[in-house]
Design a protein around this ligand. Structure first.
Ligand code: ASP
Length: 584
């Protein structure tokens, strides 16, 4: 641990005592982790933040302390003083760093009583998450949670050191601000002083970091809290932490190289070895081969494009799709393939927007497949060969638009993969399209955000624009993303217009940014990384809640403080608010 000023509670960290200190009189303080009464002797494992130390209470040597120890219970807070002694040979505990010594207690003080905890701190039996969060301060006493928080601290410390050494300034940006469009719903805070006006909590510091660079802070970072009011999803938190950074006068390669080195150091904290440079894979290639811009490539199943092979097929489902500008793509998979499995996958494909799913099982003398009779022997041979499909393996084919084929096969490849992912898979995604077509609203959505610099011919259809954005994907999860930004007001307005934000609306919502762009904005770019997700991966935890000290439950509620909670009528009145359906 750290240096210690001896005080009335302790003169040493319990978890740090070793045989070198045998014979010393020391005082330690902490919680009663476990207590064992051996008739005469009482043993207590004392826990402080440095670890565990065994205390031994002997009735004949220290009758008062022994009598006090009889009354001690789990999680009582005590301070104990005595002589550090070597354990007898048979009593050495090699599993404990302090296992060769124990404290022969001369005196013990009870500093605070503990009620019986709702779950055992000293046992690793699973405890329901609701209960863990309700008593989070007890849950945090567990060794595993202490380690998670320490690892998270190391992640942040490593990031800070890396960036501090490279001239980055850590600058805070406002929490009460205006909406930043990152694609989620805003949390709103009503203003008491300007009735009818609202602050939004930042979905990210995006605009402020750009303004910082325009303000001459050429290298900015922040471990920033972000707020996004999204619907319930298993591992989302309404507030989360990201490493946010921005640099002036940079192109993509500058960001990539900085982050390559940073990730190498950070991921090493979890024993993940990174080979530099981190691979850069164009978006189109990922969509073609994996049907996703954040695939877990370790699953192995890859999509094969058969459009050319089946363009002239007598089977109209295939040739018709190609004629309509679509594609025919397929994956193959091993395992057992009863009819019912194909039916379930067909349903899944349809729920994802496919018209249908064609399937086949490779058998010694051809295909077992409802579509075999529509295809020539040559086509069957070509498809089998293109996928390198072996006897017993299944082939799943989708004939549809490229977008639907990617979406469907991207999802199915995850379902049919039968290899356990081994090792780690880390890569950059580059060369994104600028926009996504929003079918429901009949308009373009920014794939990253509207401040990302577009590339390509800006006088052509926005659907053809590319963007200077990039993501980082680790084991099938997007852990970071950013872009080179727009630094000219005319280009910014052009992007707004493509998104359906006309000059008036742009001036109203983003006038300050457009204005700043008129006062000499350098080319700039940056990125953000989800600290919670990275820490969870390094800690080997499924849930980011295990690396956040006080997370919300999956429902968005905090079982500890019971937030969100109703407020006084008076508070609402002060804000000029009235509830339509009180208490709902
Ligand atoms: N503001 C973006 C985000 O929060 C990151 C970036 O573009 O730097 O995802």
């Amino acid at each position: 641990m750290s240096e210690l000023r001896p005080n009335i509670y302790r003169t040493a960290w319990a978890g740090e005592l070793r045989t070198a200190s045998v014979g010393r009189r020391v005082r330690v303080a902490g919680w009663v982790h476990r207590r064992r009464d051996h008739g005469g002797l009482i043993f207590i494992d004392l826990r402080d933040s440095s670890g565990l130390l065994q205390l031994v209470f002997r009735p004949e040597e220290a009758p008062e302390a022994h009598a006090a120890a009889e009354g001690l219970r789990s999680e009582d807070v005590i301070s104990a003083e005595g002589e550090l002694v070597a354990r007898e040979e048979g009593a050495v505990n090699p599993a404990l760093p302090t296992g060769e010594v124990e404290l022969a207690v001369g005196a013990v003080d009870l500093l605070a009583d503990a009620e019986t905890p709702p779950f055992q701190i000293d046992e690793d039996e699973p405890v329901g998450e609701e209960l863990r969060l309700r008593y989070r301060y007890l849950d945090l006493r567990k060794e595993a949670m202490r380690r998670n928080l320490a690892l998270r601290h190391d992640v942040v410390r490593t990031i800070r050191e890396h960036l501090n050494q490279r001239g980055f300034l850590d600058v805070e940006t406002p929490i009460l601000t205006r909406s930043t469009p990152e694609g989620a719903r805003d949390f709103l805070v009503p203003s008491r002083l300007s009735p009818g006006h609202w602050y939004a909590l930042p979905q990210s510091p995006q605009l402020f970091k750009q303004l910082l660079v325009m303000g001459g802070t050429e290298r900015y970072y922040q471990i920033a809290r972000c707020f996004r009011d999204e619907d319930f999803r298993a591992d989302r938190q309404p507030e989360f932490t990201q490493l946010d950074l921005e640099m002036g006068f940079v192109e993509e390669e500058d960001v990539h190289q900085l982050i390559d080195g940073l990730l190498e150091e950070v991921l090493a904290l979890g024993g993940i070895e990174v080979r530099l440079p981190i691979e850069r894979v164009p978006y189109d290639e990922l969509l073609l081969r994996y049907g996703s811009d954040r695939p877990d490539r370790r699953l192995g199943v890859e999509i094969e494009d058969l459009t050319d092979v089946l363009r002239g097929s007598g089977f109209k489902v295939f040739s018709g799709a190609v004629e309509a500008g679509g594609v025919v793509r397929a994956i193959k998979a091993g395992g057992e393939w009863p009819r019912s499995r194909f039916d379930a996958l067909t349903e899944r494909a349809q729920s994802l927007g496919a018209k249908g799913l064609a399937w086949a099982v490779v058998e010694p003398d051809g295909w077992r497949s409802p579509i075999a009779k529509f295809l020539s022997e040559e086509e069957i041979g070509q498809v089998t060969a293109a996928l390198d499909a072996r006897e017993g393996e299944a082939i799943l084919l989708v004939a549809d638009s490229a977008a639907v084929a990617a979406r469907v096969l991207g999802a199915l490849r995850v379902e049919v993969a039968d290899t356990e992912p081994a090792g780690h898979d880390l890569f950059w995604v580059t060369d994104f399209p600028m926009f996504d077509w929003n079918e429901g609203e009949q308009r373009w959505d920014a794939m990253h955000h509207p401040f990302t610099s577009p590339s390509g011919d800006l006088d052509a259809d926005p659907g053809t624009w590319r963007s200077r954005a990039y993501d980082v994907v680790l084991d099938g999860m997007e852990i970071g993303g950013g872009s080179i930004r727009i630094n000219r007001p005319d280009v910014q307005q052009k992007v707004f217009s493509a998104l359906g934000i006309g000059p008036d609306e742009a001036a109203e919502r983003f006038g300050f940014l457009l204005e700043a762009l008129r006062f000499g904005a350098p080319p700039h770019g940056g990125i953000a990384f989800g600290i919670d997700r990275i820490a969870a991966i390094l800690a080997g935890r499924e849930s980011i809640r295990d690396v956040i000290a006080f997370p919300k439950a999956a429902s968005g509620v905090d079982p500890l403080t019971k937030a969100p909670a109703p407020v006084d009528e008076r508070q609402l009145r002060e804000l000029g608010l009235r509830l339509e359906a009180p208490g709902r």
